[in-house]
Design a protein around this ligand. Structure first.
Ligand code: NAP
Length: 495
């Protein structure tokens, strides 16, 4: 792909980027690289970083190796450890946005509430929560996936008289040391919180409706010498980011996910089973922690310390059903009671929202809510028929799993940028995928998705309302190839 400045291309365009998280900052940087300066990044919060701004619970870590969870163009020799903490990652995004001159383009506290396409001008009118309206040629929806916290429907939750907080709405002033803490949920978040609180709180009760398989992974901190070596020679960073260790792992993982009875999946199953059998000493606890579904059906938990943490004498695992929350604790269905000072809801997110609740009205009055009434979807996870010049980063049906979403967003941007070239050339004023291309993609995707491990019989945020995995169901290589260049025959180009 040639990195020609927009001015050399012809038509100057105006852009609205929605969200100043990882993908929105990326879009801003890439636009600037193309010589585009007429863009605003609308951010609903009062800071950048998206999920890394919203989440600041104890133990927050990214379980993708830090040097791989980094923009390709902004390697960071300063990571403290193989897996970076939330605050470090937030600092990284703040630093990169500043360094690349994106910050002046961000408008904070500016939630987008509506986008309306004008069929005559081929422009979008973007409405902000304060009522202001902005007319642009292109909308880049980089609003993230997991940003609407899901509160559990448990009787009596409101009656709790201690501190109750969702993991994504953590209150840093809450003191957990010496307290009795209950954590509901054992996704990546609940596992990290319990690991962090183990041995620090007086008592931790981990409520697990569906225990998880745990993939053991190495963890180590980088020494000053390591960081100096990364500073001196970027190749050492590239060896991790692009090295065989990382990428052969990604390839094996996607092979396993898509070939559920193949040797790669058998290997994953053997490793997580051995981890459970070898790590948990008490047979009763081991049985409590044994999942009744296949490994990687839910997002696989990568942890180097949960099984140690959960065996600390102050940590208790509760796998019975919750009857109700009472003012001073949690009552189980068997009548037993856990008295608690703090109740943490690590109960996940509404993963089907994307840009919504903003209303999006496309060509000929098409409504995004209608287009997504069955399930949120997009052609190759990027664009939607009837919504010209509207592109998504980390949108529905993109790859999910234990990968770097930064890598995914960068590849998607490479693809979107080539579609925008159609507009920059001045020959076309709008581009959208054809309904036929969308229908063909979606039929093939759904068929393949049902056969992935995500569809093998468990609940998870990967599933849509009909129980179909809402993900890219093919290999990572197939995704990467699809993102190399758009097939223009799959698009409608409006003059
Ligand atoms: P999640 O994976 O959706 O897990 C939610 C947990 O809450 C599940 O254990 C679920 O049980 C439980 N739960 C929900 N409603 C409940 C109820 N009414 N009663 C009892 N239990 C209930 O959410 P998450 O842990 O926040 O993670 C979401 C995603 O964020 C992850 O999959 C990952 O993609 C991302 N994440 C990544 C990292 C990282 O290190 N890269 C860290 C944190 C999060 P069931 O399974 O039975 O439904």
């Amino acid at each position: 792909m040639t990195a020609m400045a927009a001015t050399e291309n012809g038509k100057k365009l105006r852009y609205a980027v929605i969200g100043a998280g990882m993908a929105g900052i990326l879009a801003g940087i890439r636009l600037k690289e193309r010589g585009e300066t007429d863009f605003v990044i609308f951010e609903k919060g009062d800071g950048l970083g998206g999920t890394w701004r919203d989440n600041h619970y104890p133990g927050l870590t990214c379980d993708v190796p830090a040097h791989a969870y980094t923009y390709s163009f902004a390697p960071n020799p300063e990571w403290s450890a193989f897996y970076a903490t939330g605050p470090e990652i937030r600092g990284y995004f703040n630093g990169v946005a500043e360094q690349y001159g994106v910050v002046p383009h961000i408008r904070y506290n500016s939630e987008v509430v509506g986008c309306v396409y004008d069929d005559a001008t081929h422009q979008w009118e973007v409405t902000i929560v304060d009522g202001s309206k902005h007319v642009v040629d292109v909308v880049i929806a980089a609003s993230g996936v997991l940003h609407h916290p899901k509160y559990p429907d448990i009787a009596g939750l409101d009656s709790f008289e201690g501190t109750c907080l969702h993991s994504a709405r953590w209150d840093d002033s809450v003191e957990t040391a010496g307290k009795r803490v209950g954590v509901i949920g054992c996704g990546s978040t609940g596992i990290q919180i319990v690991t962090a609180l183990s041995g620090h709180s007086e008592r931790v009760v981990h409520f697990q409706r569906s225990p998880q398989w745990i993939m053991p992974v190495p963890y180590f901190e980088y020494s000053d010498e390591d960081r100096q070596a990364f500073r001196d020679d970027v190749q050492k960073i590239d060896d991790i980011r692009y090295g065989d260790d990382y990428w052969s792992g990604i390839r094996r993982f996607t092979k396993a996910v898509t070939d559920v009875d193949g040797p790669e999946m058998k290997e994953i199953e053997a490793v997580v089973l051995r981890n459970l059998e070898d790590s948990i000493r008490d047979p009763e606890l081991r049985e409590k922690l044994r999942p009744n579904y296949r490994a990687a059906c839910k997002r696989l938990i990568y942890s180097w310390s949960y099984y140690d943490a959960v065996q600390h004498p102050s940590v208790f695992v509760e796998t019975g059903g919750i009857e109700r929350v009472e003012p001073n604790g949690v009552r189980m269905k068997d009548g037993s009671f856990h008295e608690l000072d703090i109740l943490v809801l690590a109960t996940g997110f509404h993963a089907d929202r994307f840009i919504r609740p903003a209303t999006v009205t496309g060509r000929a009055g098409a409504s995004l809510d209608d287009a997504w009434s069955r399930r949120p979807t997009a052609y190759l996870a990027v664009s939607i028929p009837g919504f010209p010049n509207f592109f998504m980063l980390n949108g529905p049906t993109g790859p999910v799993g234990n990968f770097s979403l930064i890598d995914i967003a960068e590849r998607q941007w490479g693809y979107v940028d080539q579609l925008i070239d159609q507009l920059r050339s001045g020959t076309h004023r709008a581009v959208e995928p054809s309904q036929a291309a969308m229908d063909d993609y979606e039929a093939r995707r759904i068929d393949a998705a049902k056969r992935t491990i995500f569809g093998s019989g468990c609940t998870s945020w990967y599933l849509d309302a009909e129980g179909v995995p809402a993900s890219w169901p093919w290999s990572y290589e197939a995704f990467s190839e699809a993102m190399d260049a758009p097939k223009l025959e799959d698009y409608l180009l409006h003059a």
